[in-house]
Every structure is written in C-alpha cells, then in structure tokens.
Design a protein around this ligand. Structure first.
Ligand SMILES: *Cc1c(COP(=O)(O)O)cnc(C)c1O
Length: 463
C-alpha cells in the first residue's frame, strides 16, 4: 500500500474504516466513532468552506478550533510559507537568528496593547502552541520574581470557568471539570477567583456591576494571599472553552490595578481572543490595559501552522540578566522560532493592514447580530451574546430561569449532528452553540449559517 495521498479512498465510509484503525483523534471519546459521531474526512479547504473527500461541503463556523482567520488555504499565507520553505525551513534558535523571527518580533511588539504610563511589552519569546505559551508565562513569572529575591511567590490565581490548555501546568490553571478532574492529582493548585461572567450576574445586575463585584472578590483573595502570588492568569473578555462566556472590560481595569498594588503579574491569555476576534486586534485594548505577559497562538499564523509567542516587559526580561546561567530562562522547544510559522504570521499580519480586516469585521459582526437576534426569543435560548466576531447561543431547559438541560441529554451533540448533515460545522461547547467564523465569511454564508442554527436549536431543544 502506497502512502501517497492519491491512494486514499474518496469514499467517506472506506476512509473512516482505515482512519479509525490507526488514528487517535483529539478531545474525542473514540468509542463514539463511527456510531454517534461520524468522522468527516476532508480533502481541501477554500475560504470559509471545507470540502469532504466525497465532495460534500461544510461551512467552517468555528474556524477550525478558532485557528483560521481569513479562510482556508489563504493564497498569500500559503505563498509566504512556500517561499520561506525554499529558503530556510528551520534553524536552531539558540545562538542563531533569522529574518522572519526578527521581523515578527518587531511587528508583534509594535502591535501589542499599550497602556499610558505603563512599560510596554517589548520582548518576544516563541513557543509551539498555546499550552506551551502558558507554561512559558508561568515559569517566567515565577522565575523573574525569584531572581529579584522574591522567593515566597509560588502560587497563581486563575478564574473559575477558565481554560488555558492541556499540558499539566496550563491544565492546572483551567477550571473546566471535563478536562481537569481526572488529572487533578497531578496538577498545581491555583487560587480560583470567581469569574466575572455576565451570564452569572444576579437578577437585575448589569454586566459592569457583576464585573466589579467579582473584582472585589479578587481583591480579597489577593489580600488574603499577599506576597505569595506570582501572577493572575485570565482570558480577557471571553472565556472561550468555558462556553463563550463574556464579561465587562471593567473587570480587566480593576484586575490590572489590583495586580499592580500587590506586585502580581497579569498574564493575558489571548490565545483564542487575540487577532481581531473580539473586534479589536487584542481584547485588552477594550479595557485600555496592557498585561505583563501576553500569550498568543491559534490565529497567530492565520491558522496555518502551530506556533505561539509570549510577549513581556523589559522589567521581566531584565530580571534574568546575570553572570550566572541559573538566572537565565533555560526553557526551549526544538522548533522555537520556526521560520515557516514566523513567515505565516507575518503574512497574516500584513493582511490585517492591506485588507482593513478590523473595519470589515465591524460590518460582519453587526450582520451576525441581526441574524442572531430573532433566536433570542426562543423559549430554549437563555441568552444570545456577542463580543465582536464571537457570537453564542446558550440553550437551556427554561430560558427565563436559565435552568440548564440535564447534561446527559447531550442537546449540543444533537445540534452538531443536525448542522453537519446540512453542511455546517457548529461544534458546540456543552449546550452552547457559537459562531466564530473566518473573517472572509460573506452574506450568503451567514444567512445559511443562521438558518441552520435556527433549525439545529429547534431540533436539539425538542423534547
Ligand atoms: C486553545 C487555548 C489554549 C491552548 O492552546 P493549544 O494550542 O490548544 O495548546 C490556551 N488558552 C486558550 C484561551 C485557548 O483557547
């Protein structure tokens, strides 16, 4: 049997048999294949669409796990990667430098969120994926405090319902039982501050009041653990894996002040919300704050290659400068600063400028809001919420009281299967359906998406 792709079947059923004989897919109960969840073999992607080996087309409403920005196989990014591959595919990044790595670091520093009176993010450390970026930020934060003689700072604060990745350190900072519970005996134990999630606001309480109430609880936690906390780790504005739960930027402003007052670093995990998803290039901009660490991945390469970057300040960087190697940040990944990833990221950033992406997205986001609005009145839709290019539908047994469906009903899965049969990828988070489409999504695609979402909700919430 040849390994060439053209020897693969174009019959989806035959494909599934071969695939399921050897591949272990991520975030999947493999026993559900092929019965409950048919595997969908894809041969190509164009724009917002994926094309199956059998020729069926699927609208990628979740941007392939929030990675894709401008559509699949975007020709300018593809060309940049191809050109770079013919020049230099990779080189050890300790002791060596290359054009794409340097240019990308300069571009990221120039575009990073700024805050008046605060030291800017001026240093870039590369890693391979989002989880690795979180590990880097945790280790750097701890180590920089220690290098300054502050060795009592050994703990982290993160938010309830947060998500920061799957490696042990990153998983430790997360609070989603589905991913965390089994591994709990292996994990670091952060202090969990209650999420400012506006869905959890008291009746009659505004999102802003809820955010400020939660910030007071963060203040109490910082007070109770004064001098022992390295950093607060959070996802600005939208807790994505936690169900696209959204919160008011007032929380970020207060959190920034509180971290400063307590000598605690602020780690902004913009792995999912960065690169325009929330309407601004970075979510922190909407609160007018800059973090001490900015973690970027997913959209960094426009969705082409696994890569991440951690931006930090000169203050953090300088804590590592010494004659002793012990004080250096000796963390590395074999593919640190991979030139292909950097070339993709540079091409992606260039598209933001040349195509005025954020301006166009404002129109797209407004259209998404219009199309979603009628569903807010559905008796099983407890909330339709939106931040920029992220829009979510919270399905519930009773919309008025927000009483959820029993988890065992697996309503979200019903919606998923309904949508995939109609050519739309609507991968739910529990009972939450969301739209996070590639930015190239057009009017026809959005109306199709809205129609399929409406029927999927109808079908999934039926008795
Ligand atoms: C996806 C995600 C991560 C982890 O990134 P991976 O590349 O999947 O390791 C971390 N934080 C947030 C907010 C994410 O959405």
């Amino acid at each position: 049997m040849s390994n060439a792709p053209d020897s693969l079947p174009n019959d989806a059923g035959a494909w599934r048999d071969r695939d399921l004989a050897v591949v272990w897919h991520p975030c999947t109960q493999m026993k559900e294949h092929p019965g409950t969840l048919p595997l969908v073999p894809i041969r190509r992607g164009r724009g917002a669409w994926l094309e199956g080996v059998d020729g069926r087309r699927y609208l990628d409403a979740v941007s392939s796990w929030w990675t894709n920005l401008f559509g699949h196989a975007e020709p300018r990014i593809a060309a940049a990667i191809a050109a770079q591959a013919h020049e230099l595919e990779h080189v050890i990044y300790a002791g060596f430098s290359h054009g794409p790595g340097l240019a990308l670091a300069e571009a990221l520093v120039a575009k990073a969120p700024r805050q008046a009176g605060r030291e800017p993010l001026s240093r870039v450390f590369y890693a391979d994926n989002g989880s690795a970026a979180i590990e880097v930020a945790l280790k750097m934060s701890f180590h920089s405090h220690a290098n300054r003689g502050d060795t009592r700072r050994t703990r982290f604060i993160s938010l309830t319902n947060g998500y920061h990745g799957e490696t042990l350190g990153a998983l430790s900072m997360g609070d989603i039982p589905l991913y965390r519970r089994v591994y709990a005996p292996l994990l670091l134990e952060p202090l969990f501050a209650p999420s400012p999630d506006a869905y959890e606001a008291e009746p009659g309480e505004t999102a802003e009041a809820c955010a400020l109430r939660r910030a007071d609880q963060l203040a109490a936690l910082l007070e109770a653990h004064a001098g022992t906390v390295c950093a607060l780790v959070l996802e600005p504005l939208v807790q994505c894996a936690g169900g696209m739960r959204m919160f008011h930027p007032a929380y970020l402003r207060r959190a920034r002040e509180l971290c400063d007052a307590h000598g605690v670093h602020l780690v902004a995990d913009e792995i999912a919300v960065g690169f325009g998803r929330t309407g601004t290039l970075f979510a922190c901009e909407q609160a007018g704050i800059a973090p001490d660490f900015l973690c970027l991945s997913k959209g960094l390469t426009g969705g082409f290659l696994p890569m991440s970057a951690v931006l930090t300040t000169a203050h953090v960087y300088e804590a590592f400068l010494d004659d002793s190697r012990d004080r250096a940040f000796l963390h590395s990944h074999s593919y640190t600063g991979n030139p292909l990833g950097c070339a993709a990221a540079l091409a992606s950033l260039a598209i933001f400028d040349s195509d005025e992406v954020l301006v166009r997205n404002r129109g797209t986001a407004a259209r998404m809001a219009e199309l979603a609005a009628p569903l807010a009145a559905h008796p099983h839709v407890a909330e339709v919420r939106q931040t920029g290019m992220i829009l979510a539908f919270e399905m519930a047994a009773d919309a008025a009281t927000k009483r959820p469906f029993p988890a065992t009903d697996r309503r979200g899965l019903r919606a998923y299967r309904h949508a995939i049969e109609r050519g739309v990828v609507l991968r739910p988070l529990g009972d939450i359906l969301y739209w996070m489409p590639p930015y190239c999504v057009g009017e026809e695609e959005l109306t199709h998406l809205a129609a399929v979402t409406a029927s999927a909700i109808e079908e999934a919430t039926a008795p």
